[in-house]
Design a protein around this ligand. Structure first.
Ligand SMILES: Nc1ncnc2c1ncn2[C@@H]1O[C@H](COP(=O)(O)OP(=O)(O)OP(=O)(O)O)[C@@H](O)[C@H]1O
Ligand SMILES: [Mg+2]
Length: 326
C-alpha cells in the first residue's frame, strides 16, 4: 500500500545515488504554427526519483514543454530522451515510461471509472492486469466508485481518475500539469500525499504549479520558466531561502506618519496612509525578528489592533527574480 505513506516524506533532498538523469532535454525550441515561439532553447535534466516542480506564470511554456516530452506536441528543434529513449525516434518506448495527468479535465462522461482506467493501460500495449488497476483505484480511494460513470463523480474524483489513468501502465516518470488548480485545501493535501507516496515507490515526478507552498512542500528541485526560457534551476531549499519572504501587516489604531528612529533596524514600511505597518522577513528565518520587533514597537508606544501574515506568492518571487536578472 505505497500510497499510505505520509507527506512528510516529500521534500527530502534527493540522495546522490539517485542523481542519474531520467529525462534529458537539450536545446529544445517550439514555434507554434501561428509563429509564436513558446520555448527557446531549453536545456533541462530531471533526476531519477526526484520531485521536480516547474514554476512560471501563465503562458510561460510549462504545458508546451510537458506536451513535447509526452509526444502530444512536436518540437521545432532540439532533443528529448526519456530513460535513454529518444522521444521521436523511439517514441513508443519513451512514451511507455511516462504517465501524464493533463491540465485540462477531459474525461469520457459515459465511461465507468474501471473501464476508462483499464482502457488507458491497454493503449500502451500493456497486458491487462486487473490486480494493478485494483491497487491504483484503491490507493486513490476510487475503488467504491469503480462502476460509476465519470459524469457522476465530483471534480476532485475526476482528477483522481486522471491520475489513475496516468498510473495505469506503471510509468517511471509522472507529469502532473497543475494537479491542484482549483481544488480545495483538503484534496490538495490528499494529492500531496499521493505524490509523496509515488515518489517513495521510486516514480520520478514533474509537476507544474502556481502555488508556492506546493513547491515548498513537495519539490526536491525547482525550475523557473518565463517566456519560454528556463531562468533558474535550483534545489528547493536554496530557492526558498534566497527568494521566499513573508510579510507581517500590523493594523494601527492611530495614524503613524513617521517611523521612530530606533525602529529603523527592522524592515518596516508604513502603508495605507499611516494605518498599517508592514514588516518583511525571510520565510525560512526564525521568529526572533518578530519577537524583537514587537518588543521595540511596544517600547515605542506603537499599538496595533490586528495583524496578518502573508507569504510572497510565486508571482512576486518571480517578478523579483526577473528584475534581478535584467
Ligand atoms: N496551439 C498553440 N498555438 C499557438 N500558440 C500556443 C498554442 N499552445 C500554446 N500556445 C502559446 O504558447 C505559450 C505557452 O503556453 P503554455 O500552455 O505552454 O503555457 P503554460 O506555462 O502552461 O501556462 P499556464 O500556466 O497558463 O498553464 C502561450 O503564449 C500560449 O498562448
Ligand atoms: Mg499550462
Amino acid at each position: 500500500m505505497y500510497l499510505n505513506n505520509h507527506a512528510s516524506q516529500a521534500g527530502h533532498s534527493v540522495q546522490s545515488t539517485q542523481a542519474e538523469t531520467i529525462v534529458r532535454i537539450e536545446g529544445l525550441s517550439k514555434v507554434y504554427e501561428s509563429g509564436f515561439q513558446a520555448l527557446k532553447n531549453v536545456d533541462l535534466e530531471i533526476r531519477r526519483g526526484e520531485i521536480f516542480a516547474l514554476l512560471g506564470p501563465n503562458g510561460a511554456g510549462k504545458t508546451t514543454l510537458i506536451s513535447i516530452i509526452c509526444g502530444l506536441v512536436n518540437p521545432s528543434s532540439g532533443t528529448v530522451h526519456v530513460d535513454g529513449h529518444h522521444i521521436l525516434h523511439d517514441y513508443r518506448a519513451a512514451r511507455s515510461k511516462i504517465g501524464l495527468v493533463p491540465q485540462e479535465l477531459t474525461t469520457d462522461a459515459f465511461e465507468t471509472v474501471w473501464s476508462t482506467v483499464t482502457l488507458s493501460r491497454g493503449l500502451f500495449g500493456k497486458r491487462s492486469n486487473p490486480a494493478h488497476i485494483e491497487k491504483v483505484l484503491k490507493d486513490l480511494t476510487l475503488w467504491d466508485k469503480r462502476n460509476n460513470k465519470l459524469m457522476t463523480l465530483s471534480g476532485g474524483m475526476k482528477r483522481r481518475v486522471l491520475i489513475a489513468k496516468a498510473l495505469s501502465h506503471e510509468p517511471q516518470v509522472l507529469f502532473l500539469d497543475e494537479p491542484t488548480a482549483g481544488v480545495d485545501v483538503e484534496l490538495r493535501r490528499d494529492m500531496w500525499n499521493v505524490v509523496a507516496a509515488l515518489r517513495a515507490s521510486g516514480v520520478t515526478i514533474i509537476l507544474t504549479t502556481h502555488y508556492i507552498e506546493e513547491a515548498e512542500e513537495m519539490a526536491d528541485r525547482v525550475g523557473v520558466i518565463n517566456n519560454g526560457e528556463i531562468v533558474l534551476v535550483e534545489g528547493k531549499n536554496e530557492l526558498m531561502r534566497k527568494l521566499g519572504s513573508k510579510q507581517l501587516t500590523l493594523h494601527l489604531p492611530e495614524k503613524l506618519s513617521q517611523l521612530p528612529p530606533h525602529l529603523a533596524q527592522h524592515q518596516l514600511e508604513i502603508a495605507d496612509d499611516g494605518h498599517e505597518l508592514v514588516y518583511t522577513y525571510d520565510a525560512q528565518g526564525e521568529d526572533a525578528g518578530i519577537a524583537n520587533l514587537l518588543a521595540d514597537l511596544n517600547q515605542a508606544g506603537i499599538h496595533f489592533t490586528d495583524l496578518q501574515t502573508r507569504q510572497s506568492s510565486l508571482e512576486e518571487i518571480f517578478v523579483n527574480l526577473v528584475k534581478e536578472r535584467s
